[in-house]
Design a protein around this ligand. Sequence first.
Ligand code: UFG
Length: 333
Amino acid sequence: MAILVTGGAGYIGSHTVSELLDHGEEVIVLDNLEKGHREAVLAQTFIHGDVRDRELLDQIFRRYDVEAVVHFAAYSLVGDSMKDPLAYYDNNVAAAQILLTKMIEHGVKRIVFSSTAATYGEPRQIPIQETDATEPTNAYGETKLAIEKMMKWCEQAYGLRFISLRYFNAAGAHPDGHIGEDHDPETHLIPIVLQVALGQREALSIFGDDYPTEDGTCIRDYVHVMDLAQAHRLALEKLRETGKSGIYNLGSGTGFSVKQVVERAREITGHPIPTRVAPHRPGDPAVLIASSQKAREELGWRPQFEDLDTIITTAWAWHRSHPNGYRKEEMRG
Ligand code: UFG
């Protein structure tokens, strides 16, 4: 029996594929490589194609004995989603609708879904719990929430079983150093900070230093990508064992400010990492911290790379060995 991983060439997808392979799973990756990287795919079976391609999905489900789907393939940039929400509805919601339709048609009834803290919007309490209100403040979060709801109705109507994992701030890289984070354009804090340390950027723009936090910069809950990968594997096991659907936050339960991240990165890289203060980025809440109690209790999630130094150290190892991301290999190839 195989696991179909859509978006398995992307950042979190590729690390999850690595984790699944390490635990003896048979993995098939489907990715259109719009954002993902062929070099990041460790699975033997790679299918270059789009989730919205109904015929391709028919072929995959006919040819392989797919037991469950882990669905990453999606757009995930908050800013872009505000400029072009319809592209997000197409690539995220419409694609999920097609994928779920084909899964049901072919009798595949388990899915682990890549969701986000952006489903909550501005938090009403910290730490955020799964039972808190979901009022996304951007189209990206809205599309992920729409898919969660679609899966809920599919459970009632067709017996689909789903686990939705709401990530907070994914960061870090595989400790082996062979896969890591490579976005173009890069918008995330830790890789940008490390690009400054590598001399690829002059300075970090801190998006606001007058938030109601201790040092005035935004606080986020950084969670290591390998710990996210572990959670996907555990979610699959949970679906197999109990057939029980659920929604789970994945974060460390600890928040760090932008300035604290920069401070730790200075220490780890030995680089001064200059900063300058820039205007607020629209839609940035001051503080986002997850309660991951439920994932720990129900999935048995045990993060292994929890502290910020480990996150930055593994990311730094990846950035130093791959200063151009996967492009170096692409050029060689
Ligand atoms: N930041 C800067 N300068 C930068 C980049 C980021 O100051 O150049 C700040 C942001 O303002 C924010 C923090 O660093 O306060 C983290 O920003 P990221 O862009 O790394 O991450 P976000 O918190 O904006 O978003 C991430 C994911 C989203 C997800 C969200 C949920 O990218 O998909 O976490 O917490 F929805």
